[in-house]
Design a protein around this ligand. Structure first.
Ligand SMILES: [Zn+2]
Length: 129
């Protein structure tokens, strides 16, 4: 039979240890969550025009702020309003890829529309005249 002193303790962790670990987890996770929310809000702000609400972008300009961030300016395709924000480098690259995809898609639609167009120019005289 084991002596009473060798028996494992069956009580849970003390309340101070639980509180301390909760505060530690919060201190680690809170900056990450705040950073994610700020990044999401910045991307949402750049996603559509604040003036007309359109999604189209006519032109994009960017300049480096530091190693990880860039100042991006997007011109609205409808009302020419510029919207600017400082974003991480990944945002600029993703926008450039999106613009390339949009250009390819527009070129395909334009080519298909040109194929559907009649080759003979329409007659300038009315049939009844
Ligand atoms: Zn606009």
């Amino acid at each position: 039979m084991l002596p009473a002193a060798a028996a494992p303790a069956t009580h849970g962790p003390p309340l101070t240890a639980v509180c301390f670990s909760a505060v530690l987890c919060l201190a680690v996770l809170l900056p990450v969550v705040i950073g994610r929310i700020a990044r999401w809000r910045t991307r949402r702000m750049l996603a559509c025009c604040p003036r007309c609400g359109d999604l189209a972008v006519r032109r994009m300009q960017s300049e480096a702020v530091d190693v990880l961030h860039e100042r991006v300016a997007l011109q609205c395709g409808q009302c020419d309003t510029w919207r600017r924000a400082v974003v991480d480098d990944g945002y600029r690259r993703s926008r450039e890829r999106r613009f390339a995809r949009d250009r390819v898609r527009l070129q395909r639609r334009l080519t298909a529309a040109e194929r559907r167009r009649p080759t003979r120019p329409p007659s300038t005289t009315r049939p009844g005249c």
